[in-house]
Write a protein that binds this ligand. Structure first.
Ligand code: ATP
Length: 261
Protein backbone atom coordinates (compact mmCIF):
# COMPACT_ATOMS: atom_id res chain seq x y z
CA UNK A 1 0.00 0.00 0.00
CA UNK A 2 1.30 3.45 -0.84
CA UNK A 3 1.04 5.80 2.08
CA UNK A 4 -0.45 9.18 1.40
CA UNK A 5 2.27 11.85 1.29
CA UNK A 6 1.58 14.52 3.83
CA UNK A 7 3.50 17.69 3.16
CA UNK A 8 4.91 19.48 6.20
CA UNK A 9 2.60 22.31 7.22
CA UNK A 10 3.71 25.63 5.81
CA UNK A 11 4.45 27.76 8.86
CA UNK A 12 6.18 30.62 7.05
CA UNK A 13 4.81 33.99 7.97
CA UNK A 14 3.17 32.64 11.11
CA UNK A 15 3.58 34.80 14.19
CA UNK A 16 5.03 32.83 17.08
CA UNK A 17 5.41 35.67 19.61
CA UNK A 18 3.55 38.93 19.67
CA UNK A 19 3.38 41.85 22.03
CA UNK A 20 0.62 44.43 21.94
CA UNK A 21 0.90 47.83 23.55
CA UNK A 22 3.56 46.58 25.94
CA UNK A 23 4.31 49.19 28.57
CA UNK A 24 6.52 49.25 31.64
CA UNK A 25 6.65 52.10 34.11
CA UNK A 26 9.19 52.36 36.89
CA UNK A 27 8.08 54.85 39.53
CA UNK A 28 6.69 57.23 36.95
CA UNK A 29 9.43 56.66 34.35
CA UNK A 30 8.18 54.89 31.21
CA UNK A 31 10.96 52.51 30.09
CA UNK A 32 8.83 50.69 27.48
CA UNK A 33 5.95 52.57 25.95
CA UNK A 34 3.23 50.91 23.86
CA UNK A 35 5.53 48.50 22.04
CA UNK A 36 3.99 46.31 19.34
CA UNK A 37 6.17 43.43 18.22
CA UNK A 38 5.54 40.44 15.96
CA UNK A 39 8.15 37.72 15.70
CA UNK A 40 7.73 35.33 12.79
CA UNK A 41 8.27 31.63 13.32
CA UNK A 42 11.62 30.36 12.06
CA UNK A 43 13.30 33.75 11.85
CA UNK A 44 16.13 35.51 13.65
CA UNK A 45 14.68 38.77 14.93
CA UNK A 46 16.91 41.41 16.52
CA UNK A 47 15.98 44.10 18.98
CA UNK A 48 18.38 47.02 18.70
CA UNK A 49 18.57 50.64 19.80
CA UNK A 50 20.84 53.10 21.55
CA UNK A 51 21.71 52.79 25.24
CA UNK A 52 18.68 53.17 27.49
CA UNK A 53 16.23 52.53 24.62
CA UNK A 54 14.38 49.89 26.63
CA UNK A 55 15.72 46.72 24.96
CA UNK A 56 16.58 44.86 28.14
CA UNK A 57 13.35 45.92 29.82
CA UNK A 58 11.41 44.73 26.77
CA UNK A 59 13.29 41.43 26.83
CA UNK A 60 12.57 41.02 30.54
CA UNK A 61 8.89 41.66 29.88
CA UNK A 62 8.70 39.08 27.10
CA UNK A 63 10.28 36.41 29.31
CA UNK A 64 8.28 37.61 32.30
CA UNK A 65 11.31 38.47 34.40
CA UNK A 66 9.31 41.69 34.75
CA UNK A 67 5.54 42.07 34.83
CA UNK A 68 4.24 44.60 32.27
CA UNK A 69 2.37 47.65 33.58
CA UNK A 70 -0.03 47.12 30.65
CA UNK A 71 -0.27 45.36 27.31
CA UNK A 72 -0.40 41.71 26.29
CA UNK A 73 2.00 38.99 25.15
CA UNK A 74 0.93 35.98 23.09
CA UNK A 75 3.01 32.90 22.30
CA UNK A 76 1.64 30.48 19.71
CA UNK A 77 -1.68 32.26 20.02
CA UNK A 78 -1.86 31.76 23.77
CA UNK A 79 -2.03 34.72 26.10
CA UNK A 80 1.03 34.39 28.36
CA UNK A 81 0.90 37.88 29.86
CA UNK A 82 0.15 36.63 33.35
CA UNK A 83 2.23 33.46 33.40
CA UNK A 84 5.38 33.23 35.52
CA UNK A 85 8.68 32.90 33.70
CA UNK A 86 9.16 29.21 34.59
CA UNK A 87 5.83 28.35 32.92
CA UNK A 88 6.82 30.30 29.84
CA UNK A 89 10.06 28.32 29.66
CA UNK A 90 8.04 25.10 29.87
CA UNK A 91 5.89 26.27 26.96
CA UNK A 92 9.06 26.57 24.88
CA UNK A 93 10.26 30.17 25.21
CA UNK A 94 13.66 29.90 26.84
CA UNK A 95 16.03 32.68 27.56
CA UNK A 96 19.65 31.71 27.23
CA UNK A 97 21.36 31.80 30.62
CA UNK A 98 17.92 31.61 32.27
CA UNK A 99 17.86 28.05 33.55
CA UNK A 100 21.19 27.22 32.08
CA UNK A 101 23.61 28.28 34.76
CA UNK A 102 26.99 26.73 34.02
CA UNK A 103 28.64 24.91 36.92
CA UNK A 104 32.34 25.82 36.71
CA UNK A 105 33.66 22.78 38.62
CA UNK A 106 31.83 20.30 36.41
CA UNK A 107 32.87 19.08 32.99
CA UNK A 108 31.28 20.37 29.81
CA UNK A 109 29.44 17.07 29.29
CA UNK A 110 28.17 16.92 32.88
CA UNK A 111 26.79 20.44 32.54
CA UNK A 112 24.80 19.38 29.49
CA UNK A 113 23.66 16.14 31.16
CA UNK A 114 22.26 18.10 34.08
CA UNK A 115 20.37 20.38 31.69
CA UNK A 116 18.94 17.33 29.92
CA UNK A 117 17.85 15.94 33.22
CA UNK A 118 16.23 19.21 34.13
CA UNK A 119 14.15 18.97 30.99
CA UNK A 120 12.87 15.69 32.39
CA UNK A 121 11.91 17.55 35.53
CA UNK A 122 14.01 15.90 38.22
CA UNK A 123 16.52 18.63 38.82
CA UNK A 124 17.56 17.89 42.36
CA UNK A 125 18.43 14.24 42.44
CA UNK A 126 21.19 14.45 39.84
CA UNK A 127 23.99 14.32 42.39
CA UNK A 128 22.57 11.21 44.02
CA UNK A 129 22.82 8.80 41.19
CA UNK A 130 25.58 8.37 38.66
CA UNK A 131 23.44 5.85 36.79
CA UNK A 132 20.73 8.45 36.20
CA UNK A 133 23.33 10.78 34.74
CA UNK A 134 24.76 8.03 32.53
CA UNK A 135 21.37 7.56 30.92
CA UNK A 136 21.87 10.94 29.25
CA UNK A 137 25.39 10.23 27.99
CA UNK A 138 24.70 9.87 24.30
CA UNK A 139 22.45 12.84 24.01
CA UNK A 140 24.83 14.99 26.06
CA UNK A 141 27.74 14.13 23.77
CA UNK A 142 25.61 14.87 20.73
CA UNK A 143 24.68 18.28 22.16
CA UNK A 144 28.31 19.02 23.04
CA UNK A 145 29.26 18.18 19.47
CA UNK A 146 26.43 20.31 18.08
CA UNK A 147 27.98 23.44 19.61
CA UNK A 148 31.51 22.50 18.53
CA UNK A 149 32.85 21.55 21.96
CA UNK A 150 33.65 17.84 21.43
CA UNK A 151 37.33 18.50 21.95
CA UNK A 152 36.51 20.02 25.36
CA UNK A 153 33.94 17.46 26.49
CA UNK A 154 35.90 16.59 29.64
CA UNK A 155 37.25 20.04 30.41
CA UNK A 156 35.90 21.79 33.52
CA UNK A 157 33.42 24.46 32.41
CA UNK A 158 35.28 27.05 34.50
CA UNK A 159 38.46 26.46 32.48
CA UNK A 160 36.85 27.20 29.10
CA UNK A 161 37.57 30.43 27.22
CA UNK A 162 34.83 33.06 27.38
CA UNK A 163 33.49 32.26 23.90
CA UNK A 164 33.40 28.53 24.60
CA UNK A 165 31.56 29.13 27.88
CA UNK A 166 28.90 30.92 25.86
CA UNK A 167 28.74 27.96 23.47
CA UNK A 168 28.25 25.69 26.49
CA UNK A 169 25.49 27.94 27.80
CA UNK A 170 23.81 27.66 24.42
CA UNK A 171 24.13 23.85 24.58
CA UNK A 172 22.50 23.74 28.02
CA UNK A 173 19.69 25.96 26.74
CA UNK A 174 19.23 23.76 23.66
CA UNK A 175 18.99 20.75 25.95
CA UNK A 176 15.60 22.12 26.99
CA UNK A 177 14.50 21.94 23.35
CA UNK A 178 13.13 25.46 23.17
CA UNK A 179 10.87 26.33 20.29
CA UNK A 180 11.99 29.90 20.72
CA UNK A 181 15.28 31.12 22.15
CA UNK A 182 15.90 34.61 23.47
CA UNK A 183 19.50 35.70 23.51
CA UNK A 184 20.53 38.71 25.57
CA UNK A 185 23.61 40.30 23.99
CA UNK A 186 25.22 37.01 22.97
CA UNK A 187 28.36 38.80 21.71
CA UNK A 188 28.91 41.02 24.76
CA UNK A 189 32.56 41.16 25.78
CA UNK A 190 33.76 38.83 23.05
CA UNK A 191 36.89 38.99 20.93
CA UNK A 192 36.32 38.97 17.14
CA UNK A 193 37.35 35.33 16.80
CA UNK A 194 34.64 34.27 19.26
CA UNK A 195 32.10 36.60 17.63
CA UNK A 196 32.62 34.77 14.34
CA UNK A 197 32.29 31.39 16.04
CA UNK A 198 29.17 32.24 18.08
CA UNK A 199 27.54 33.92 15.04
CA UNK A 200 27.99 30.70 13.06
CA UNK A 201 26.56 28.75 15.99
CA UNK A 202 23.50 31.01 16.25
CA UNK A 203 22.88 30.62 12.53
CA UNK A 204 23.16 26.86 12.87
CA UNK A 205 20.77 26.55 15.82
CA UNK A 206 18.27 28.86 14.13
CA UNK A 207 17.63 26.18 11.50
CA UNK A 208 14.52 24.81 13.18
CA UNK A 209 13.65 27.39 15.77
CA UNK A 210 12.91 31.06 16.29
CA UNK A 211 15.44 33.42 17.81
CA UNK A 212 14.95 36.85 19.31
CA UNK A 213 18.13 38.61 20.33
CA UNK A 214 19.18 41.89 21.83
CA UNK A 215 22.55 42.74 20.35
CA UNK A 216 24.76 45.82 20.21
CA UNK A 217 27.15 44.54 17.55
CA UNK A 218 25.51 45.89 14.40
CA UNK A 219 27.60 43.88 11.97
CA UNK A 220 26.40 40.71 13.70
CA UNK A 221 22.83 42.02 13.56
CA UNK A 222 23.22 42.80 9.83
CA UNK A 223 24.68 39.39 9.16
CA UNK A 224 22.24 37.24 11.15
CA UNK A 225 18.87 38.96 11.35
CA UNK A 226 15.88 38.43 9.09
CA UNK A 227 14.05 41.27 10.76
CA UNK A 228 15.01 44.07 13.09
CA UNK A 229 13.00 46.19 15.49
CA UNK A 230 14.65 49.44 16.53
CA UNK A 231 13.69 50.88 19.89
CA UNK A 232 14.40 54.42 21.01
CA UNK A 233 13.20 56.02 24.25
CA UNK A 234 11.03 53.01 24.96
CA UNK A 235 9.14 53.09 21.65
CA UNK A 236 9.42 51.27 18.34
CA UNK A 237 11.17 53.64 15.98
CA UNK A 238 11.48 51.41 12.93
CA UNK A 239 11.13 47.82 11.82
CA UNK A 240 12.30 45.92 8.76
CA UNK A 241 15.37 44.36 7.19
CA UNK A 242 18.81 45.69 8.12
CA UNK A 243 18.93 47.72 4.88
CA UNK A 244 15.54 49.24 5.60
CA UNK A 245 16.17 50.24 9.20
CA UNK A 246 19.72 51.46 8.58
CA UNK A 247 18.41 53.88 5.93
CA UNK A 248 15.66 55.17 8.21
CA UNK A 249 16.53 58.80 9.08
CA UNK A 250 15.09 58.48 12.60
CA UNK A 251 17.32 55.48 13.33
CA UNK A 252 20.48 57.27 12.20
CA UNK A 253 19.48 60.28 14.28
CA UNK A 254 18.71 58.18 17.37
CA UNK A 255 22.11 56.50 17.26
CA UNK A 256 23.99 59.73 16.60
CA UNK A 257 21.92 61.60 19.19
CA UNK A 258 22.52 58.89 21.79
CA UNK A 259 26.28 59.01 21.25
CA UNK A 260 26.25 62.70 22.18
CA UNK A 261 24.09 62.36 25.30
N1 ATP B 1 14.34 48.78 37.56
C1 ATP B 1 14.37 49.97 36.99
N2 ATP B 1 13.99 51.07 37.67
C2 ATP B 1 14.01 52.30 37.11
N3 ATP B 1 14.41 52.55 35.85
C3 ATP B 1 14.80 51.50 35.12
C4 ATP B 1 14.81 50.17 35.64
N4 ATP B 1 15.26 49.33 34.65
C5 ATP B 1 15.51 50.11 33.59
N5 ATP B 1 15.24 51.41 33.86
C6 ATP B 1 15.40 52.53 32.95
O1 ATP B 1 14.68 52.24 31.77
C7 ATP B 1 15.38 52.73 30.63
C8 ATP B 1 15.58 51.58 29.65
O2 ATP B 1 16.54 50.70 30.19
P1 ATP B 1 16.97 49.35 29.46
O3 ATP B 1 18.03 48.73 30.31
O4 ATP B 1 15.79 48.56 29.14
O5 ATP B 1 17.61 49.93 28.12
P2 ATP B 1 18.54 49.18 27.07
O6 ATP B 1 18.04 49.59 25.73
O7 ATP B 1 18.59 47.74 27.36
O8 ATP B 1 19.92 49.88 27.37
P3 ATP B 1 21.42 49.31 27.22
O9 ATP B 1 21.66 49.18 25.76
O10 ATP B 1 22.23 50.42 27.82
O11 ATP B 1 21.50 48.03 27.98
C9 ATP B 1 16.68 53.33 31.13
O12 ATP B 1 16.51 54.73 31.22
C10 ATP B 1 16.84 52.73 32.49
O13 ATP B 1 17.55 53.58 33.36
Amino acid sequence: MIEAFEPAPDTRGEIILSARDLTKRFAGFVAVNGVNLNVERGTIHALIGPNGAGKTTCFNLLTKFLQPSSGTIHFNGRNITNLPSADIARLGVVRSFQISAVFPRMSVTDNVRIALQRRRGDSFDFWRSQSVLSAFDDEALRRVDEVGLSEFAHVMAGDLSYGRKRALEIATTLALEPEMMLLDEPMAGMAQEDVTRISALIRKISANRTILMVEHNLSVVADLSDRITVLARGEVLAEGSYDEVSRHPGVVEAYIGASHE
